[in-house]
Design a protein around this ligand. Structure first.
Ligand code: GLN
Length: 221
């Protein structure tokens, strides 16, 4: 089977490795350019994209990551990892950079003013039935996709995004942007060639289909 690296600067590395290994893949923690050069695919986990960006820059890993992804290394980014793979971000911190490669614009913490975290069922035709139970934690959504990008999943119409008491209090002082006022229909999974990204965290559920799908993408590459 393939050897899949998991970028191990920060975030939920262990959960991704566990699922990938349960599917028969070998995994490696990736912290250096040499380690990056030795894998057939890379998972960029959820965590905090600002921290991941700063650590990647500090460790001299940002350019090697860009180089490998530009030259075709398959990569799957979950949540903060989706942000790292995006060419453009909104609501980033000042100067925040990404690895890029996916021609998408993502909004950080997009669901966040209403709800920090929620779960919802998603239709994800690329992996078939049944619907996927998706866990969102301070998640981004995708606001724009370029012509080569395939939309794999959207938040279902009718998915309730309960407003917390704290959120409704602070909403008076910090009104949600018009963009953030509704989540139904928002794009939460995309693919372009060997690059896959989801707003949600499949590594936190028992459903291994997203990781199996990524292993298929690696095999095709
Ligand atoms: N809000 C985080 C960020 O901006 C992502 C959260 C996550 O990965 N669960 O990076």
């Amino acid at each position: 089977g393939p050897t899949v690296g998991v970028l191990a600067l920060q975030g939920d590395v262990r959960e991704h490795r566990g699922i990938l290994e349960s599917l028969g893949a070998q995994t490696r923690a990736v912290r250096t350019a040499a380690e990056l050069g030795a894998v057939d695919g890379l998972v960029i986990p959820g965590g905090e994209s600002t921290t991941m960006w700063r650590l990647a820059r500090t460790f001299g890993l940002l350019e090697p990551l860009r180089k490998h992804i530009q030259s075709g290394l398959p990569a799957y980014g979950s949540c903060a990892g989706m942000i790292m793979l995006a060419d453009r971000i909104r609501d980033g911190v000042a100067g925040q950079e990404t690895i890029g490669g996916l021609d998408i614009t993502v909004r950080r913490n997009a669901f966040g003013r209403q709800i920090d975290s929620f779960e919802g069922e998603l239709d994800f035709p690329a992996i078939g039935d049944p619907a996927l139970r998706a866990v969102f934690i301070r998640a981004p959504w995708v606001e724009e996709v370029g012509p080569g990008v395939e939309i794999l999943a959207r938040v279902r119409a009718g998915t309730s995004t309960p407003v917390t008491p704290e959120a409704s209090v602070s909403a008076d002082r910090f009104p949600a942007s018009p963009e953030a006022s509704t989540s139904a229909g928002r794009i939460v999974a995309v693919r372009a060639g060997g690059l896959l990204a989801t707003s949600f965290h499949p590594e936190l559920t028992a459903d291994a289909r997203i990781h199996a799908y990524f292993l298929e993408i690696i095999k095709e590459a």
